[in-house]
Design a protein around this ligand. Structure first.
Ligand SMILES: Cc1cc2nc3c(=O)[nH]c(=O)nc-3n(C[C@H](O)[C@H](O)[C@H](O)COP(=O)(O)O)c2cc1C
Length: 235
């Protein structure tokens, strides 16, 4: 049985409202599809194998070994549509608490984070919600990568958010992140909103998301990020 997520109603095709609606998309298909297959979108946009892929850096905002948000990143790598390469930054462990006094002697891990962000075409964040907001571990990493002043690695980057949370699915953490993105001058994808409620109960015995509805919503988010990134690059 398909797991319920907050995203599903958003994923049903809405030819007039979809942010990635494409001219000439065969509307007759829309009513029979649960979500629009990504390869149709790539094809409709005229993407071919000669079009360079976009590189997406994925950052999970949890240090927990069995983190559902780390599992969301793994799912993203597996379901990425053609033309999208997702790289997992890996554990944020080892990034010290930000202190302006030491920002000039930047720790190696922060240097690596900043370099990977700078090299990426877009960012994908998978985050839990802690006490209605963004976990300190993630906010701390964001603060480091935004410094020193004048060298904000996130400047002008497209970004997509997904969250695996408790009963709320992490929506409020997502909203708080969007607030942070304004200061960072990032460009968030608005929809689909991927927020997995009671996410721990939706992992399989190996700690992976296998539910097609969840994997489909992650894929649709990457499709939207791909479309958005290419649109921004065109200027
Ligand atoms: C300190 C703390 C605060 C939490 N606050 C919330 C919350 O505000 N809303 C929510 O939906 N879940 C909340 N949770 C539950 C987590 O979102 C949930 O455990 C999630 O699976 C953690 O993500 P992870 O598996 O990637 O570590 C909280 C958990 C902790 C440890």
């Amino acid at each position: 049985m398909a797991a319920r997520t907050h995203t599903l109603s958003r994923l049903r095709p809405s030819p007039r409202k979809s942010p990635f609606r494409l001219k000439n998309f065969p509307r007759s298909n829309a009513s029979t599809q649960k979500y629009r297959p990504a390869y149709h979108i790539g094809w409709q946009r005229g993407l071919s194998s000669e079009v360079p892929p976009i590189r997406v850096l994925a950052i999970a905002g949890s240090l927990r070994k069995d983190s559902v948000n780390k599992a969301l990143v793994r799912a993203a790598i597996q379901v990425a549509p053609p033309g999208v390469i997702v790289e997992d930054f890996g554990d944020l462990d080892g990034i010290p608490l930000f202190n302006e006094d030491i920002e000039k002697e930047m720790p190696e891990k922060v240097k690596s984070l900043k370099a990977k962000i700078a090299a990426a075409d877009a960012i994908l964040i998978a985050t839990p919600e802690y006490n209605n907001s963004v976990p300190g571990v993630l906010k701390n990493a964001i603060d480091w990568a935004s410094r020193p002043m004048g060298d904000n690695s996130f400047e002008d980057k497209p970004v997509a958010i997904m969250s695996g949370g408790g009963h709320t699915g992490g929506f409020r953490a997502q909203l708080h992140l969007r607030h942070v993105f304004v200061y960072l001058n990032m460009h968030p994808v608005n929809k689909p909103q991927v927020a997995i409620t009671n996410a721990k109960t939706k992992l399989n015995a190996s700690g992976e998301f296998t539910d097609p509805a969840i994997r489909g919503s992650v894929r649709q988010l990457l499709v939207a990020l791909d479309v958005w990134t290419r649109r921004l690059k065109k200027g």
